[in-house]
Write a protein that binds this ligand. Structure first.
Ligand code: MN
Length: 217
């Protein structure tokens, strides 16, 4: 069950329950999630957005079995999330990786995070939000207006779909810029070590080792 809409020059496919077989990705896929809140141990995963960086976004709406959906029965999406040949590109991967682990029972790997990359190289600023990166590195303005909307709704609005898509459409372009900066500043190996740690970081967060942080005194 899928529908297609167009917004801001992008093509957006909204799928219910799972990614269709026809949607395939190679190399690197940008991913984001929308949830009922920011507590990975508590809140429900509602939407998983994916893009190959080609101006098209696939949104997968996950609906609980209690509401007539298929819950975490999404084999195509799960296969993609654990595919060792497919790099998963996130902005603030720590949250999404923990959320996907708890909700779908998958250890997402390999992972890259534009927020970690930005913090490692853009040390002249403390603005590492996706909106900031899109503006500063790409000259693209994205709206965060729908961020706090109800992602648990059965019928997502076109505005919600456009917002959710915008969170994955620019990650490939951002990564290209940040990767060049990591090389320039000699921090690529350190970034890679941080990325490899992200699945464990997500697991630690789910166990409650986020506050106080495991690494704090
Ligand atoms: Mn998002």
């Amino acid at each position: 069950m899928s529908e297609t809409l167009f917004a801001n020059g992008a093509t957006i496919h909204l799928h219910k329950h799972d990614l269709p077989e026809s949607a395939s990705f190679t190399g690197m896929v940008a991913i984001d999630t929308e949830t009922m809140g920011l507590e990975a141990r508590r809140d429900r995963l509602c939407l998983v957005q994916l893009s190959a960086g080609d101006g098209t976004a696939h949104l997968v709406q996950l609906i609980p079995t209690t509401l007539g959906g298929r819950g975490d029965d999404c084999p195509n999406l799960k296969r993609l999330l654990v595919d060792p040949a497919l790099t998963k590109l996130f902005h603030f991967a720590r949250f999404d990786v923990a959320m996907l682990r708890r909700s779908l029972g998958v250890v997402v790997t390999p992972v890259i995070c534009t927020k970690i990359a930005s913090k490692l190289v853009r040390t002249y600023t403390d603005r590492h939000g996706l909106k900031d990166l899109c503006r500063d590195l790409l000259g693209v303005e994205i709206s965060k207006q729908q961020q706090t909307s109800d992602w648990g709704a059965q019928d997502l609005t076109p505005e919600q779909c456009a917002y959710a898509a915008s969170d994955v459409l620019h990650l490939h372009a951002l990564w290209a810029k940040l990767d060049a900066l990591l090389l320039r500043e000699g921090r690529r190996a350190l970034a890679e070590a941080c990325f490899r740690f992200l699945p464990a970081r997500g697991a630690l967060d789910l166990l409650g080792y986020d506050d106080p942080d495991l690494f704090s005194h």
